[in-house]
Design a binder for this molecule. Structure first.
Ligand code: FAD
Ligand code: SF4
Ligand code: SF4
Ligand code: SF4
Length: 383
């Protein structure tokens, strides 16, 4: 029986799935088992579309289809939490298994605080996350820094501080530090992110700390809830997943790596916020002057969800259509999200005018976090 708090190595017993998966396939197998055993009615996960830059969120009810989602897409910048709310009316009483990076998980917590989702209906399988690369920038980086045609790349991974590509005719890795100093690499919100191991999910799964003969072949699983322990225990009893205790040296390495990632996040926060802080409003005013009021930043934001339709209908003070943008539009938006921005980067990623929106809201939220409750991405309060 797995127990909350346990640290294990886990892998699928299905060799074909294990081959397709990123690190042994425990995540895919657990999701598959949850569907087969009817612990959940559906699974929301991510699969590869036309190429490695095309991460497609997919809602699955047939366990066979889970195999399509195996593997990690580091150019997959989608946020599943907001997306699920579009299914919410038809799924209100359904149980859903969902794969969550730190930002997906925080998005669900923020949605639950607003009563937009019921966390009791979710089985959250967390994946550790060192960061994601914007697909457009990723292509540019591969062409310009790696000197490789982005269309020839069939696999990418982030390992030991390097971004590594496999392509027709070879393999190449460049250090993330070098890429990021040159303006490539992870999205800027990911560089600042400090939710690396999503412990508020039911299970937190990743490759950090998997050493010895299991390196690359098993996932390090931290059991974070009784629900997660129940799923894992049942999948092991059904002989779908195999487990062994995590190597103590591996546990140490994982803790050190997480700590190093926190320090890196702090370094980027310092770098990004220090430049901004003396002229915050002036910078926001200048940058947002080119806004075209397309509302993508509001549509995609997991903490802005109920407002979008009303904004489009023009029933609020900030009317659509008028350009240049009325500064009240951004002032209102920032007032709304200022205490709840989870730094998921969706607003910035989707902005056609390339305005660094997440930087502004994350800077405001981080400052507020020092003084106010609730803290960024923490569990909902009972009231
Ligand atoms: P699989 O069985 O291969 O299942 C992988 C699951 O990940 C699938 O369900 C799929 O839907 C989901 N997925 C794939 N891409 C995305 C995406 N872009 N967004 C959301 N879900 C996705 N582990 C670490 O220890 N350190 C890291 O720095 C780290 N960074 C990661 C970054 C990303 C973007 C992702 C997706 C994962 C990262 N992981 C990291 C986790 C690791 O890569 C494996 O996912 C984990 O060890 C589970 O392996 P597995 O073989 O059991 O997963
Ligand atoms: Fe990963 Fe954090 Fe970036 Fe989300 S914001 S993709 S959890 S690094
Ligand atoms: Fe303006 Fe960009 Fe938001 Fe569109 S996404 S409304 S252009 S800030
Ligand atoms: Fe995510 Fe941007 Fe909304 Fe913050 S403001 S939660 S970064 S979409």
């Amino acid at each position: 029986m797995a127990k909350k708090g346990e640290l294990l190595y886990a892998w699928t017993t299905d060799a074909a799935l294990g081959k397709k998966a990123e690190c042994g396939g425990a995540v895919s197998q657990l999701l598959k088992y949850a569907l087969e055993s009817k612990m959940v009615d559906a699974v929301l996960a991510v699969k590869k579309g036309v190429d490695i830059y095309d991460a497609v969120p997919t809602l699955i009810s047939d366990p066979k289809d889970i195999d399509q989602t195996a593997g990690s897409l580091h150019c997959g910048t989608v946020l599943l939490s907001k997306l699920l709310t579009s299914y919410a009316p038809t799924m209100a009483d359904k149980k859903v298994g969902v794969v969550v990076k730190g930002c997906d998980m925080m998005g669900f917590l923020e949605l639950a605080k607003r009563k937009a989702v019921n966390l009791d209906n979710f089985l959250m399988i967390g994946v550790n996350c060192g960061g994601t690369v914007s697909p457009v920038k990723g292509r540019k980086m591969i062409a310009e820094k790696f000197g490789v045609d982005p269309n020839a790349v069939h696999k990418e991974e982030i390992d030991k501080g390097q971004f590594i590509i496999e392509y027709e005719g070879g393999e190449k890795g460049i250090s993330m530090d070098e890429l990021e100093d040159a303006g490539y690499g992870r999205r800027s919100n990911c560089r600042r992110c400090k939710v690396k191991i999503p412990r508020q999910a039911d299970l937190a799964c990743g490759n950090w700390g998997v050493i010895g003969d299991k390196a690359g072949k098993a996932t390090f699983v931290e059991v974070c809830s009784d629900k997660g322990a129940d799923l894992l225990s049942k999948a092991v009893a059904a002989k779908k997943v195999a487990v062994e205790p995590a190597n103590p040296k591996g546990i140490e390495i994982r803790a050190k790596t997480e700590n190093a990632m926190f320090k890196l996040g702090d370094k980027w926060r310092k770098r990004d916020f220090t430049d901004l802080s003396p002229n915050l409003w002036l910078t926001i005013e200048n940058e947002t002057a080119r806004c075209t009021k397309c509302y993508a930043c509001i549509d995609k934001c997991p903490v802005c969800f109920p407002v979008a339709d009303r904004l489009k209908k023009g029933s609020l003070m900030v009317r659509p259509g008028t350009l240049p943008v009325d500064q009240m539009f951004h002032l209102r938006r920032l007032a709304h999200i200022g205490d709840s921005c989870i730094n998921c980067g969706q607003c910035e990623e989707c902005c056609p005018m390339e305005i660094p929106l997440a930087l502004f809201s994350h800077a405001i939220r981080t400052e507020g976090d020092a003084f106010f409750e609730p803290k960024l991405g923490k569990a909902p309060y009972s009231n």
